[in-house]
Design a protein around this ligand. Sequence first.
Ligand SMILES: [Zn+2]
Length: 207
Amino acid sequence: MEGYSFELITGPMSCGKTEELLRRVRRCIIAKKKVKVISPDMDTRAKGDYIESRNGLWLDAIKVKHAIQILSVVRPDDEVIAIDELQFFDSNIVKVISKLMSDGKKVIGTGLELDFKAEPFGSMPELMCIATTVDKLHAVCMKCGCEHATRTQRLIDGQPADKNSPLIMIGGDETYEARCIKCYELPDANKDKPKKSNVKILPFCFK
Ligand SMILES: [Zn+2]
C-alpha cells in the first residue's frame, strides 16, 4: 500500500480538469490498481453512468446523490477513488474524503473552485486545505484569447448573468465560458434599487 493521498485538480470551466483526472486514472489502471470512479448525481444533467471530458475521453462512473453514499460504494480492496465535480457535493464530502485517506486510499478529485459569482464553490475551500496536492489549471479566455482564464462566466441568452440569479439553475438555458479576470463580468440589477437597511433603530428610553 502506498499510503493515503488526496490530489485535487481545480480551476474554471473548460480548463481540462476532467481530462487530467482521466489521464491520472488511466495511469492507475495501467499500474493494475483497483480504481473506482464516482460523480455527483445532478438533476441538471441527463448523462449516463460515466464521466466525460471535453475532448471526448470517458470512463464508467458510479453516480451518487449524497456524499455519505460514497463510503458504501467504495470496497475495502479499492485502491484509487476518483471523484469528479466535487463542488456539487454536500458538506459531508470533507469528512468522507478524510475517511478514505485514513483508510489508506489514493483519492483524486476535480472541482470548480469559484462559482459564476467568483465566490468559493461549495466545500472546495476545505477540500483545498485537506488535499495533499492542489493543481490549479487555467483555461483559454473565450473573450480575449489569453491563456490565464480563472473565472467561469455564466451567460443567459448570450449576456452576462445577473449576480442575483440562483447558484445552480435547473433546466435553464444558460451557458458557461471561461474568462480571465479582465473579461469577467458580473452585473448587479439591484444595485440602483434602494437597499433595505439592516440597522435597527431602537426606541430611546426617557426617564
Ligand atoms: Zn480575457
